[in-house]
Design a protein around this ligand. Structure first.
Ligand code: BG6
Length: 487
């Protein structure tokens, strides 16, 4: 008899955070300022306009460097995970986490990116963090670059546009591999490497104002190429230094459907999805897709490559494919098609789907489609390293009732289980922001993803107390039953 759909026995359930959105302590323990520390909170901006929240001008950077009031820069304070990590890990362990995805803030280890020696206090912080995770039997999954490069490298080189940043990053990663080789097995190189096009400053320290007129796009592709090369080089080094380690790429899965079955809409959608897969294609197949190369040529974009770059990409490909999935979009050739916001994108609205307050369309079936599509394309183990529902929560008599979040996860887990049943090799699932953290896109605190509530508002007021939401107990049960009980 056929077995009922179920998750694999060793399935890694857990959550994911990033240093710049959680740690705080932006100038403590020898840490240097990162690009995230220069992003001010703009309360008067439309929350669906991510570009307005994530972009910076030279003037903004000067203000940030001149030490203006911390209150304006929420990512500098995060949720003070730096001082609360033991308490937070205990709560994750109480939920039964098998894995926690964290990132290492590059500027905590190399404050300017080019310091002669790594910052010992920064290294010790992560050593203690990983030791505590291991004690609680939580496997670390570590992202080496998650929107937090040293601000100094952005200032000096226009970020990843300059080849020197490749060397600086490889050096930083090697320090991490040497130091944490006995503590960390699973590594991700660049969070959402594709996001360099959507927010070049936070992803790669690139500022349009620093580019020659008309060369901004070209600079972004150059920075992307440098990240591809750096990713391959550190994959090589990780494999050499840590036997049995596994390195993954990380993609924003922006699954897009044609708005109608008009062949023109279908073709436009095909191009969108080819573009979305391009980044993982390079890291999995070890080469640029021919259609992308031709597209760059047609657009007059020339990527400067050094001799040996293509061989490096070919030789050091990733072991698994990880991705974030929050929403889906549609595409249409009609200029006046109604649009909605998604994860740092603007797409055409899908009339069949509800959306969150931030405009992100809720599409659990889209997760199954994404899993099938990615597994068929890459034939590599997949890892969902971000998924979740950003919502406002209210505290009533110390309780947070969040059935909307439970509904979101239940529907997505059912689709995941189906995908596994259909043959997808899925290693694990880490929910985004299992504890409320600062939003990457809007720098809000009020856009909450957590199973654990943190008492802090958008202006940084609050006790920072942690409270278990209803979803905390629900996720605890899901993990305890390995996804068998989703009620
Ligand atoms: C992902 C990022 O794109 O989306 C995270 O990797 C981010 O850093 C998450 O927090 C959710 O986006 P937001 O803007 O709601 O925080």
């Amino acid at each position: 008899m056929e077995k009922p759909a179920a998750f694999p026995d060793n399935f890694l359930w857990g959550g994911a955070i990033a240093a710049n959105q959680a740690e705080g302590a932006w100038n403590q323990g020898g840490k240097g300022p990162s690009v995230a520390d220069a992003i001010a909170y703009k309360s008067n901006l439309d929350v669906k306009n991510y570009a307005g929240h994530m972009s910076v001008t030279d003037e903004n950077i000067a203000d940030a460097l001149n030490g203006l009031n911390d209150g304006q820069y929420p990512k500098r304070r995060g949720i003070d995970f730096y001082h609360h990590y033991q308490e937070d890990l205990a709560l994750f362990a109480e939920m039964g986490f098998k894995v926690l995805r964290v990132s290492i803030a590059w500027s905590r280890i190399f404050p300017t990116g080019e310091d002669l020696e790594p910052n010992e206090a920064g290294l010790i912080f992560y050593e203690n963090l990983f030791r505590e995770m291991r004690r609680l039997k939580i496997e670390p999954l570590v992202t080496l670059s998650h929107y937090e490069m040293p601000l100094a490298l952005s200032e000096k080189y226009n970020g990843w546009v300059h080849r020197k940043v490749v060397d600086a990053f490889v050096r930083f990663c090697n320090v991490c591999f040497d130091r944490y080789q006995h503590q960390v097995r699973y590594w991700l190189t660049f969070n959402e490497i594709d996001s360099i096009h959507r927010h070049p400053f936070t992803t790669a320290g690139i500022r349009e104002e620093k580019s020659q007129p008309g060369k901004a796009k070209q600079d972004i592709y150059q920075g992307l190429h440098h990240q591809f090369v750096a990713s391959a080089l550190v994959t090589r080094d990780c494999h050499a230094k840590i036997p049995g380690s596994q390195v993954g790429c990380m993609l924003t899965k922006l699954t897009t459907y044609p708005r109608t079955c008009r062949p023109e809409d279908v073709e436009a959608t095909l191009h969108k999805n080819l573009e979305n897969h391009f980044y993982a294609d390079v890291q999995v197949f070890g080469e640029y897709p021919p259609l992308i190369l031709r597209n760059l040529e047609l657009r007059g974009i020339h990527i400067e490559m050094q001799p040996g770059d293509l061989e490096i990409l070919k030789q050091h490909t990733v072991d698994f494919v990880s991705f974030s999935y929050y929403m889906s979009l549609t595409e249409s050739t009609e200029a006046d098609a109604e649009r909605t916001a998604g994860n740092t994108v603007l797409g055409v609205k899908n009339p069949y789907l509800p959306a969150s307050e931030w405009g992100w369309q809720i599409d659990p079936v889209g997760l199954k489609i994404s899993l099938l599509e990615l597994y068929d394309r890459y034939r590599k183990p997949l890892f969902i390293v971000e998924n979740g529902f950003g919502a406002r929560d209210t505290v009533e008599a110390g309780k947070i009732h969040d059935p909307y979040r439970i509904d979101y996860f239940r529907a997505h887990f059912e689709q995941m289980r189906d995908a596994v049943h259909l043959g997808v090799d899925l290693m694990g699932f880490t929910s985004w922001g299992p504890i409320d953290i600062i939003s990457a896109g809007t720098s809000q605190m009020s856009k909450r993803y957590g199973f654990i509530y943190v008492d802090q508002d958008d202006e940084g007021q609050g006790t920072l107390n942690r409270l278990r939401k209803d979803s905390f107990y629900w996720y605890q049960k899901v993990i305890a039953t390995n996804g068998a009980d989703l009620t």
